[in-house]
Design a protein around this ligand. Structure first.
Ligand SMILES: [Zn+2]
Length: 382
C-alpha cells in the first residue's frame, strides 16, 4: 500500500502490506537444524506437572500445583534440557527474539539475492520492529527526514507464528486446527482486533513439540516472513515510495506510528504497486531460497498468509480484520499473482527445486495450474 499522501498528516511515509491481529516468534541461524526435543515419559526435568513437556497431571501421589499458567503464550522457560530455549517456547511456539533474528537473516539473504541494480538501492535499509502487539502489519516507508526503513510489528510476528503452528500441526497430524482457530478468531474481532491463543488440543505436547511439526513450522515461518519482508523491500527498489523518501537508508519509527497509519492508509492502496511488489517479492524469496543448504523456500508460506486473512474475511466480513484487509488488494488477486509468479519462476529455473527439495520434511510444493489470462497465450505445461 502507498502512504505517501499521508505525509502531511503523519510526517511519515509508508508503504505496506497490512493485516491485523496479535501473537509469538523465532530466531537463530536459518541453516541450523531443529534439534530433537525428547520429552521423557515423566516429563522434562524442571517443568512442573500440567504444562506441556512437564510431567502428566493426575499422577497418583502428585498433588495439584496451583498457579500454573495455562498453555499458550507462555514465555520462554530457559535452560530446559534438550530444548533450545532460544528458538521455541515450551508450548512449541517460536519465541519473539528468535523470530526477529530469523527474519533479519532472511531479509539480508533476500537483499543479497537481488540483482546489483536493485541491491544497491536497498542494501542499507534497516528492518525495524514496531512493538505494537495489536497491530498486525508490515510497512515500507521513510521518516520525517526521508530516510527509509522496513517495519514489521510484533503483532505481525505473532500472527505469522500462530499461522505456522496451526498449519504445521494440521499437515503433520491431519488435523483441522487452523479452521477451528480461524472460526474463533473471526468471532472475536468485533470492535477491536484481538489475537487469540491456539486451540488447546493443538497445544498437546505430543503434537506441539513433535519434531516433524516443529521443523515444518519453522519452514513455514521462514517462507511467510520472507514473503512479507520481500514484498516490502520491493516497494523500495521498485520506486513506489517516490520523491518523499529520498533521504537514504536509516529511517526510524516512533512508537504508535503503525497504529496511526493503519487508520489513514485505506484510500492509498495502489493495486498495481501491490501486485508488482508481490511478484518481485516472491521471485526474490525463491531466488534467495536456492542458496539455502537444506530447505529451499517456496511460495507456500506467502500463500498461507494471504489465505489465512482471506478466510478470516470470509468468516466475518464485518470484523476489524476485514477493515484491515482493505489496506491491501483483494486476497484473490494476491493469490493469483503469487501462484502465477512462482510457476513462471519454476519454468525459468527448470532444475530448481522449491519446497521439499532438501530434506525439509514439508510437502512438495504442488504443481499449481497456471491460470489463463484473457489475451495472453497460456504457457505450455512442463
Ligand atoms: Zn505493499
Amino acid at each position: 500500500m502507498s502512504v505517501r499522501s499521508f505525509r502531511k498528516v503523519l510526517g511519515r511515509s509508508l508503504l505496506g502490506m497490512a493485516a491485523l491481529v496479535t501473537g509469538a516468534i523465532f530466531v537463530s541461524s536459518a541453516a541450523a537444524q531443529v534439534p530433537p526435543i525428547p520429552v521423557p515419559p515423566g516429563g522434562i526435568p524442571g517443568l512442573p506437572p500440567g504444562v506441556p513437556g512437564g510431567a502428566p497431571t493426575g499422577v497418583p501421589g502428585l498433588p495439584p500445583i496451583p498457579g500454573i499458567p495455562a498453555p499458550g503464550g507462555t514465555p520462554a522457560v530457559p535452560n530446559i534440557p534438550g530444548m533450545p530455549a532460544t528458538l521455541f517456547s515450551p508450548t512449541g511456539s517460536l519465541l519473539m527474539p528468535a523470530m526477529k533474528d530469523e527474519t533479519k537473516k532472511i531479509y539480508q539473504k533476500e537483499i543479497d539475492a537481488l540483482a546489483a541494480t536493485k541491491k544497491s538501492q536497498v542494501e542499507k535499509i534497516p528492518l525495524l520492529t514496531d512493538s505494537s502487539k495489536e497491530e498486525v502489519n508490515a510497512f515500507a516507508g521513510c521518516d520525517d527526514s526521508g530516510k527509509t526503513f522496513v517495519v514489521l510489528t510484533e503483532g505481525m510476528y505473532q500472527m505469522l507464528d500462530l499461522m505456522s503452528q496451526c498449519r504445521a500441526t494440521d499437515e503433520t497430524f491431519g488435523t483441522n486446527y487452523c479452521d477451528e482457530y480461524l472460526k474463533e478468531l473471526a468471532k472475536q474481532q468485533e470492535g477491536k482486533a484481538k489475537i487469540l491463543p491456539l486451540p488447546p488440543g493443538l497445544l498437546d505436547p505430543t503434537k506441539s513439540l513433535d519434531q516433524k511439526k516443529l521443523k515444518r513450522q519453522r519452514q513455514l515461518f521462514q517462507e511467510a516472513a520472507g514473503y512479507v519482508v520481500g514484498h516490502e523491500l520491493a516497494h523500495h527498489y521498485m520506486g513506489h515510495l517516490g520523491s518523499a523518501c529520498t533521504g537514504g537508508p536509516g529511517g526510524t519509527m516512533k512508537p504508535g506510528d503503525a497504529v496511526k497509519l493503519i487508520k489513514k492508509v485505506v484510500p492509498a492502496v495502489n493495486q498495481i504497486n501491490e501486485s508488482q511488489s508481490d511478484s518481485e517479492g516472491i521471485k526474490n524469496l525463491l531466488d534467495a531460497g536456492q542458496n539455502e543448504a537444506d530447505y529451499k523456500w517456496s511460495e507456500a508460506g506467502g500463500l498461507m498468509v494471504i489465505e489465512f486473512f482471506k478466510k478470516l474475511r470470509d468468516l466475518n466480513p464485518s470484523s476489524v480484520l476485514f477493515t484491515f484487509m482493505k489496506t491491501h488488494p483483494e486476497p484473490e488477486v494476491r493469490v493469483f499473482v503469487v501462484k502465477q509468479t512462482a510457476n513462471l519462476w519454476r519454468m525459468q529455473h527448470p532444475g530448481a527445486v522449491t519446497g521439499n527439495g532438501g530434506t525439509g520434511g514439508g510437502p512438495t510444493a504442488p504443481k499449481l495450474p497456471i491460470p489463463t489470462i484473457p489475451g495472453i497465450p497460456a504457457p505450455a505445461p512442463k
